[in-house]
Structures are given as structure tokens and as C-alpha cells.
Design a binder for this molecule. Structure first.
Ligand code: FAD
Length: 622
């Protein structure tokens, strides 16, 4: 080990850990990433894909803040699709299927090339405390690393148990041992913890699939990248196969339900409702006779195929039978059985909005350990924890995100205020300001913050500045040029015949109208590039809603500024129910906006809280 004392130590090299280490190092903190296997940095434990609905927004936001996930996903992407393309831009989600090996390779290269970041292979067995401050981590081989702050991102590894049918064995994920000593120390810290579970499908040998009888799904003709730095894919692009479950598949599953780890009562943890296993689908949607299954190649030079949609914890022989009942898979070979995994998580209500663990100084948690599921959710939390662990170590101000500025803010607020009852996954419906928080404008919302923090590389800064200049110039052109209803009629756009002149920006907000159509009025062209035209169309589409949301967001931001003092106690507030006192003490909201979202909070209780905050400040200034 080159050095034994760091500003920030990140435990775990999964998606949260990579982003956390990258963020902390970019903040200028001397950072160590300690992980079980260096070669496993960036492993995708389940599906070989990044992004999707809501998740794609998170990746764009990570990228806008100078993070690494979007860049690596672009470099490893072998099929790009913009989901919900037919719906409004606010709910469209960029998604890429990735070559697993390329993803790992590029992630390891990016971290390896980051100054101030050292990677250490080893198992962290415990934290070293001085009072309630974490001052180091102890490795299983006896080595100790001193640190000012620590971020734990151990994923599914804490007391992990793998289930296949009625077989169970300890494991962090297939092929990895679990993290038991560290889990035991966390259990001894008097934290509220629970068990969750998730599952993965069997992996198939693509050489044994009859692709000739299957439909295929290509990527988008003009792919949407994650990173604002990129405009086209790097790797060769492929198509996926499509097959379906059928009555025979469902029969096999129904007959063997008692042998499924979950339905046989072998698992106590709660699973992701929105990512159901095939057993769940057959039971919960009993009237459906078929489910679509995407056959996704795991890489350009890898015969492994990931059958998306059939995760399972049925015994191996049953998996063989139900998989072979599907078209094209009659002779398929299973390379690795599907399995379910149960693991410990920490109730995220114990965390502040910087993801620091309440009651302890310098200990941050990020990723699956906080009750979330998914690479993107993990990475976004890693970013928040990385920035803030570095901020504490370097004595800089905390960096927090609001529901009004990002999906990152929505997720952190949901987790720390409401907690989880099942693995938390991001959806666009979780964001009340989703018409404003779009994937296409993530850079406009967040890159200025990253610029202020000094964590945006020079290429990103110049790219962002050029884009903003072009956008402002384009907007000025559209605001200044006015047209009449009869001008519009000439190019086939119907509008109210009121004789009113409208700006081109207003015209652009008409459904089905784009700059291509408007350009017909200006044969010499408007001088607006295609990239900026798309952004302006999105801005115009949502302009009226955005104005309305802006007012609501201002109220929210005002409430977020009403901060609870650190020493605030709830016990002596007369009129506050004991149930609310208990919830407030557990969550310890940072501000009044967060308190307002606690389940069961009433306007009367908020008035009591506000009065006490006011009294506290009056006493302080007296
Ligand atoms: P991980 O990616 O799990 O990384 C944890 C890291 O911590 C690893 O590098 C490990 O080596 C390291 N580590 C652990 N303990 C220690 C220690 N003591 N010392 C040093 N290093 C340590 N997500 C979905 O969205 N949908 C799904 O359907 C889905 N299914 C899944 C199925 C399975 C079987 C598994 C295992 C995961 C699944 N996931 C799914 C979850 C997805 O893999 C995680 O959400 C994501 O990887 C979490 O990222 P993370 O960084 O929190 O943890």
C-alpha cells in the first residue's frame, strides 16, 4: 500500500463506489477505493444495461456533474434506445445495452487515470472509531487505513445469502463471498436495519439459441448518448432477439412454485415490485398467457445472452424446463442459473441529505446498502456521498440537491425522508417537477454547480459554454421573429385566425411543429443547429408548465432554506403527537420542506415546528 492515510476512503468498487471515488478525487480529496477484487471494479451484477425510464435521467445528471457513468456507458454501449420515444420528452429515457467487459475495462481505465485516486484490493472488516467519528478502516489482513471520512458502498454483500430453489449459500453475488464482519459491526451500531432481496435470470449460451426463428430488435437509427461530451457510439452496434413465455412455460412455473426460494418460504426479504421475477409475473398476472423476453447479448465477443424479464429463484432443473419451453430456446444451454439474493440494508432515514449517517461523523452510505436497486440509483448516491465526504474532509460547504433541481434530489429526499419498504427504483413519476427536470436539460440544471465546485473538466466547461451560447442565440432569434396566422397557413400550420402575431418560440410550442417546418418560411435558414433545435422544441413544448412549476419550486426552495438547528429536539413541543415525535426523531429532517413530506405530517404540526425554529433563532440572536 503506497499510502496509509487519506481524506476519503470508499469501501466497495461497484457502481456507487466508482462514482463516489471519482467525485471525491475530482473535489481534490486524496482518495482510496478499497474493494474485494480490483478486477471486479465496474461489474454489472445483473442486466448488462444502463439507463431507462427515470434511470436515464439520473445518468444524464451524473454526467452533467462531471461523473463517470455516462461516459463509460457510451464507450461500452452496443445498443442505444430512447425509451418512450412516442411520449413527451420529459418522460423519455435514454438506455444503452452494454458490453459487460468493455464497461468494466473503461471504468477501470477512467478510475486508474484519475489523479489523487488510489485503488486498494482488500476486504474492510471494520471501521475504526474515535468517539462517534470514523477515523479509519481495518482490513481483514490486519492492515489499517487512516481516513478523515469513509463511504460505505457494499451493495448486496452485507450478510448476503444466495438462493436457488431450496439451496442457500452465503455470497455477495454469484462467485463472491459475502461481507460478514463488517455487517456484524454495523448491526452492533444500533442502526435500524432490514433485509431486502433481488433476483437475476439464468444466463444462456447464445450459440445454442435458434436466432433464425426469432424477431429482432435493433437500436435507434440515430442513437441518443448519455454523456454531453459524445454524439455517437464507440462500439459496433447489435440487435437483440425477442421471444415470449407461453402457456407451457407458465405451467412449468406454476407446478413448481413451492420449489421457488421465494414462494417456498425460504426468503424473508422484500423484493423489487417493479422488477418482478417470472414466478411473480405468473402468479400476479395470472390472466396473462405470455410475457415478452428480450434476449440481450452480453458483449460483442461473448456468447452469453441475458434473457431480460425472467429472473427466478426456481431450482436449476426447473429453470432448464421453463426456458426450453420458449420459441428459439428449445435446445438452449444455461451457462449460469438464475438466483435470488438476500442482504442487509440500512434504513436510509438515518441519513442526512448529504448521505452522512446520523449520530456518526464522517461515515457516509451510498448505493444498494441504502435500500435502492439499480446501477444508476447507486451511482447517483455515490456521487452525492463522494462530493460530501470530500467536502467534510476538505472543510468545504455541504453539497445538497433539491427535488426542484434534479432526480438526484428527488431520490435522496425520498430515501432520507420516507425510507423504503421495498427496493427503491427511480421512475419519472416520482418527480413532481418532471416537466422541468428533463434528461435533455440536465446540463443546464446542474453543470453550473459542478463548474462552481471546480469538478467539471475543461472539455466539459467549454462544451457547456458553447452550447449555452448557441441556445441563448437560438432562443433570441425565435423570440424576436414574429409571424401572422396567414404566414403559418403557407407552411401548413393551423393557428387561431385572430390576426395576432406570434413569436417563432410560441409557434414551436404547437404540437407536431418543429423547426424544420418553420424553416420553410426562411429559405436562407435561421442558423440554428439540429442539436439546439431539439432542445428549443422541448423548451417551447413545456414553456407554460415550466412557468407554473417555477413558482411552486420557489416555494419549495424557500422551505428548504428553513433549516432545523443541529441540536433541535422534538420531545418538548407541546401539541405534537407522540407518533410524529418518533418519526421526526428517526428522520431528523434537515429542513421544513423535508419535514412536510414525512408520512402523517399535518399543517398544524408544521406550524408548531416553525414556531420552535423561530424561537431558537430569536434566542440565538438575542
Ligand atoms: P455493488 O455493485 O454490489 O458493489 C458492491 C461492491 O462492494 C463490490 O465491488 C464488492 O466487492 C464491494 N465490497 C463489499 N463488501 C466489501 C468489503 N467489506 N470490503 C471491500 N469491498 C467490499 N438491479 C436492478 O436494477 N434490477 C435488477 O433486477 C437487479 N437484480 C440484481 C440481481 C442480483 C443477483 C444482484 C446481485 C444485483 C441485482 N441488481 C439489480 C442490483 C444491482 O446490481 C445493484 O443495484 C447495483 O450493483 C448496486 O451498486 P452498489 O455499488 O451499491 O453495489
Amino acid at each position: 500500500m503506497k499510502q496509509c492515510s487519506f481524506d476519503v476512503v470508499v469501501v466497495g468498487g461497484g457502481h456507487a463506489g466508482c462514482e463516489a471515488a471519482y467525485a471525491a478525487a475530482r473535489m481534490g480529496a486524496n482518495t482510496a477505493l478499497v474493494t474485494l477484487k480490483q478486477s471486479d471494479i465496474g461489474v454489472m451484477s445483473c442486466n448488462p444495461a444502463i439507463g431507462g425510464l427515470g434511470k436515464g435521467h439520473l445518468v444524464r445528471e451524473i454526467d452533467a456533474l462531471g461523473g463517470v457513468m455516462g461516459v463509460v456507458a457510451d464507450k461500452a454501449g452496443i445498443q442505444f434506445r430512447l425509451l418512450n420515444r412516442r411520449k413527451g420528452p420529459a418522460v423519455q429515457g435514454p438506455r444503452a445495452q452494454a458490453d459487460r467487459k468493455l464497461y468494466q475495462e473503461h471504468m477501470q481505465r477512467a478510475l486508474g487515470a484519475t489523479p489523487s485516486l488510489q485503488i486498494i484490493e482488500g476486504e474492510v472488516a471494520s471501521f475504526e472509531f474515535e468517539g462517534d467519528t470514523v477515523v479509519g478502516v481495518n482490513l481483514i489482513d490486519g492492515a489499517q487505513i487512516k481516513t478523515k471520512t469513509t463511504i460505505l458502498t457494499s451493495g448486496t454483500f452485507l450478510n448476503g445469502v444466495i438462493h436457488i430453489g431450496n439451496e442457500r449459500k452465503s455470497g455477495g453475488r454469484m462467485g463472491d463471498k459475502p461481507s460478514v464482519p463488517l455487517a456484524n459491526q454495523l448491526l452492533s451500531l444500533d442502526l435500524k436495519m432490514g433485509r431486502l432481496k433481488t433476483g437475476t435470470p439464468p444466463r444462456l449460451n447464445g450459440e445454442t439459441i435458434d436466432w433464425s426463428v426469432l424477431d429482432s430488435q435493433p437500436g435507434d437509427e440515430s442513437p441518443t448518448m448519455f454523456s454531453f461530451l459524445h454524439d455517437r457510439p464507440f462500439a459496433n452496434q447489435i440487435s437483440c432477439g425477442i421471444t415470449f413465455t407461453n402457456e407451457a412455460t407458465h405451467d412449468v412455473i406454476r407446478k413448481n412454485l413451492e420449489h421457488s426460494s421465494m414462494y417456498g418460504g425460504y426468503i424473508e426479504g422484500v423484493g423489487p415490485r417493479y422488477c418482478p421475477s417470472i414466478e411473480d409475473k405468473v402468479v400476479r398476472f395470472a390472466d396473462k398467457t405470455s410475457h415478452q423476453v428480450f434476449l440481450e447479448p452480453e458483449g460483442l465477443s461473448d456468447k452469453t445472452v441475458y434473457p431480460n424479464g425472467i429472473s427466478t429463484s426456481l431450482p436449476y432443473e426447473v429453470q432448464v424446463n421453463y426456458v426450453r419451453s420458449m420459441k428459439g430456446l428449445e435446445s438452449v444451454e444455461i451457462l449460469q442459473p438464475g438466483y435470488a439474493i438476500e442482504y442487509d440494508f440500512v434504513d436510509p432515514r438515518a441519513l442526512s441529505s448529504t448521505l452522512e449517517l446520523g449520530g456518526y461523523h464522517g461515515l457516509f452510505l451510498a448505493g444498494q446498502i441504502n435500500g435502492t436497486t439499480g446501477y444508476e440509483e447507486a451511482a447517483a448516491q455515490g456521487l452525492v456521498a463522494g462530493l460530501n465526504a470530500a467536502a467534510v474532509a476538505l472543510d468545504r460547504d455541504p453539497i445538497t440537491f433539491s427535488r426542484a433541481d434534479s432526480y438526484i434530489g428527488v431520490m435522496v429526499d425520498d430515501l432520507t425522508t420516507l425510507g423504503v419498504t421495498e427496493p427503491y427504483r427511480m421512475f419519472t413519476s416520482r418527480a413532481e417537477y418532471r416537466l422541468t427536470l428533463r434528461a435533455d436539460n440536465a446540463d443546464q440544471r446542474l453543470s453550473p454547480l459542478a463548474q462552481d465546485l471546480g469538478i467539471l473538466g475543461p472539455d466539459r466547461v467549454s462544451g457547456f459554454e458553447v452550447k449555452m451560447e448557441e441556445l441563448q442565440a437560438g432562443r433570441a432569434i425565435l423570440d424576436n421573429l414574429k409571424v401572422t396566422p396567414s404566414d403559418l397557413e403557407k407552411i401548413g400550420i393551423t393557428s387561431k385566425k385572430d390576426g395576432q402575431k406570434r413569436s417563432l418560440f410560441q409557434v414551436l410550442s404547437f404540437p407536431g411543429t418543429d423547426l424544420g417546418t418553420i424553416n420553410q418560411l426562411y429559405p436562407e435558414g435561421l442558423g440554428i443547429s439540429d442539436r439546439i433545435a431539439v432542445q428549443l422544441k422541448n423548451d417551447a413544448t413545456y414553456a407554460t408548465y415550466a412557468e407554473r412549476q417555477k413558482r411552486e419550486m420557489e416555494v419549495l426552495k424557500r422551505d428548504e432554506k428553513t433549516i432545523f438547528p443541529e441540536t433541535f429536539v422534538y420531545d418538548d413541543i407541546d401539541g405534537l403527537s407522540s407518533e410524529l415525535r418518533k418519526k421526526l426523531t428517526l428522520v431528523r429532517p434537515d429542513n421544513i420542506a423535508q419535514a412536510a413530506r414525512i408520512e402523517g405530517m399535518t399543517p398544524a404540526a408544521l406550524v408548531l415546528l416553525l414556531a420552535k425554529i423561530k424561537k431558537f433563532h430569536q434566542a440565538k440572536s438575542a
